[in-house]
Structure formats: structure tokens, C-alpha cells
Design a protein around this ligand. Sequence first.
Ligand SMILES: Nc1ncnc2c1ncn2[C@@H]1O[C@H](COP(=O)(O)OP(=O)(O)O)[C@@H](O)[C@H]1O
Ligand SMILES: [Mg+2]
Length: 263
Amino acid sequence: MAEVILEVRSATKNFGGLKAVNNLSFDLHKGEIVSLIGPNGSGKTTTFNLITGLYEPDSGDILMQGESIAGLKPGQIYARGISRTFQMLRLFSNMSVLENVLVGMHGRTKANVIDCMFRTPRMRREEEASIVRAREILAMFPGRFPLARHTQPAASLSYANRRRLEIARALAGEPRLLLLDEPVAGMNPAESMEVMRQIRDLRDAGYTILMIEHDMNVIMGASDRVIAMDHGIKIAEGAPVDVANDPAVVEAYLGRRGADTAS
Ligand SMILES: Nc1ncnc2c1ncn2[C@@H]1O[C@H](COP(=O)(O)OP(=O)(O)O)[C@@H](O)[C@H]1O
Ligand SMILES: [Mg+2]
């Protein structure tokens, strides 16, 4: 079995009386794609927020490559190699495509305030290296970000390309673990399939990926493993087909049918 990258150990997060994440445990291994599924409100995004430091677990622990990251600030966790995208896009609309990727590198470059104020040679070298790397990252999305598009504002991109740019920006953090919150939300079937292939390519390039997804085709087509949640609790874990047919999972979705709309 491949190296364990992330361990979530009995993590719990309460909001008032609500246990949004309840005694949740799972491991992620290097180079796998794991999908986190479950009806609306089952605690998926809260799980991402716990892993990325937006929330601290009330109890339990989270370990990245064997070291506890629970209680660290989001920037510290990012620096340890965990990047994410958001369910609702968080791009800087007026900044260019390239600048949006460069923003993702913030915190990974070494130039300090003095370097920036005086534009030292070190600062300029780092800037040039960052631009080269940003262009490499954009090239990982074949045909989507030609050079001519790098200077366009993010707002000018199609919706699907903005979602791709959000992934590109996450990659700028040079993550070992990439968390994708509904990466194909709002895309048409052809776009979804293309992004699914890209996610598999990222896995094959060595990234470990945890994604929240609702699209069954993407879940079945991309996941090495699936974890299902309901009411903050892990109700199933295993191969995609097994989890999709697990009676507890079927029940969780049927039980909510009509009560929720997709989000
Ligand atoms: N910041 C918050 N304050 C209060 N309740 C929250 C907060 N974030 C999430 N919740 C609640 O926690 C539960 C899990 O939410 P969430 O993790 O967003 O679910 P999912 O992503 O699976 O749809 C829901 O009942 C939601 O209303
Ligand atoms: Mg969510």
C-alpha cells in the first residue's frame, strides 16, 4: 500500500448543537483519487474546512504526512502542501489569468518585505521563476490557456475555464494533496468528462486528490475509492461500485429526496 498522506482521526466539529462532522476517520494514500459523497448538509465541506484549517476540530486530530496539523492556520497548512478549490469560485475577476495563478504561489516564495520594497535581485529572480512555473501549470490544461489568454482578466473566461483556473491556482501552491469541492459543478457533460480526465492526469502525475462530487459519472469514472457521509458520520467506504450500492448510502440519498436541492 502506498504511503499515507493524510490521516483524519475521530475528527468532530460542532456548530451549536449540530455535529456537522461526527467522529470522522479516514486515510488518504499517495496517488489516489478519493471522492467524498453524501446528501446536502452531510458534512463534506466542513470536512474540507477542517483539513484546510478554516475550522479547528473540537476533538480528534488530522495528520499530514505523520504530523498533526489540527489547529494550524490555513496559510501554515497550505505551506505543508494542502491546496483546495471552493464550491463557489473564488477567483480575482479583475486580475489576469496568469496573476490568479501567481497569487496561488504567495507564501511559497522566499522574498521578504525588504526584497519587495527594494526590488532586490533575489526578488526579481523569484518573480521570473514564478512566472515560468505559472505558465507550466497553465500548460497542464491542454488547449485551455494559450499564451494569448494569460493576460486576459479571469472574468472574461467561460465558466468551465474559470473552474479550471481555480484548479490551476490551487496547483500553484505545489500541493501534495489537492482538495476539490465539486470540480464539475455547473459544467455540461462534455466539460465534466474532460475535467474528470484532467483530474486523473493529475493523479497520474503524482498528486493525491480528495474531491467532493455529486456527478455519478465523474465519481464512478475517476475515483479509486469513495467515502460516503450522512449527518456528519461516515456511513460507507470502499470501491466506487460497492459504495454506490451500499444499502446505507442508497437509504441516505432516498431519505433526503425531495427535501434538498443539489448544491
Ligand atoms: N459555519 C457554519 N455554521 C453553522 N452551521 C454550519 C456551518 N457550516 C456548515 N454548517 C452546517 O453543518 C452541516 C454540514 O454542512 P456542510 O459541511 O456544508 O455539508 P455538505 O458540504 O455536505 O453539503 C449542515 O447542516 C450545515 O448547515
Ligand atoms: Mg458542500
